[in-house]
Design a protein around this ligand. Structure first.
Ligand SMILES: [Zn+2]
Length: 131
């Protein structure tokens, strides 16, 4: 698959409204970086690409953190991994943990639960991690 068809496929993931907002965001970020007139004449493509990549990583990290937060909120109830008893949500013990993503580090939110039987805390959204 060529690069053009891959780019087209990625963009077709978005609704028409989202595509418009995406284009607006691109214009906003370009203006943030280079002002309303765009990059000055002596700007190299490498400089432009560096900024584009940086902005892409920033967007990637924000999406990862946002979706992980929403995903964590799906855990309204959870069973204790040790004894299987129903755990109690304990928002006061919610924590964040630094996570290395493909686009840099984010603070991943993890909702806490407490097992009254084992008297232990656990984090059902923490895939494959121990407390
Ligand atoms: Zn337990």
């Amino acid at each position: 698959m060529g690069m053009d068809s891959r780019n087209e496929m990625e963009k077709s993931m978005l609704s028409a409204e989202a595509q418009q907002k995406f284009d607006e965001l691109v214009a906003l970020l370009a203006e943030e970086r280079y002002g309303p007139d765009g990059p000055p004449i002596d700007t190299t493509f490498a400089e432009i690409e560096t900024f584009g990549h940086q902005a892409g990583r920033m967007l990637g990290r924000s999406l990862d953190a946002h979706l992980a937060q929403q995903h964590g909120e799906q855990f309204q109830e959870a069973s204790c991994p040790t004894c299987g008893a129903s755990g109690e949500s304990d928002a006061g013990k919610n924590k964040t943990r630094p996570l290395q993503t493909q686009d840099g580090k984010i603070a991943l939110g993890e909702p806490a639960f407490h097992c009254p039987r084992c008297n232990r805390d656990f984090f059902p959204s923490a895939h494959g991690t121990c407390d």
